[in-house]
Design a protein around this ligand. Sequence first.
Ligand SMILES: [Zn+2]
Length: 173
Amino acid sequence: MLPDSDIHLDFLRLALAEARKCEPTPTAFCVGCVITAHLIESERPVILARGYSRELPGNTHAEANALTKARQLSQEKLHQLFPSSPPEISVDELLTHADIYTTMEPCSVRTSGLSPCANAIIAANICRCFIGVGEPDDFVKCEGAQRLNTAGIKVIWVKGLENECLEVARRGH
Ligand SMILES: [Zn+2]
């Protein structure tokens, strides 16, 4: 098995691949997200869902989209992904064993009035949040990482892909 840090970089790279699918826009960032979960500590985490900015209709965000897509998984699909899980396992329960990888710090404010991603991650009771780069102050001041920390979610700043994450995020600017 790969060392832990390599696994996290791998998943963040997959999140970057999601970010590259975004339709660029001058008024928002292009962000990608991957949610992984593992029920058994020694097993490699399994990807539960991926998402990117504006993937779902509306001015939607990567993290919220990945959470929505995870919640749309059928019982059958869940059991395929986690064969060792009890047959009645629910997505909500899996999410409490999940890590979220996002190319940019989850938002704490949404000028559109939609609920911020940091709140959605806290509500889902995700274990850890791995972040590629902090949100620059282009639009609003982001306090997402701080809010997650305060709520007891472990925030990990992944080292090494900051410039790439930022470059992809600002593609339409
Ligand atoms: Zn967001």
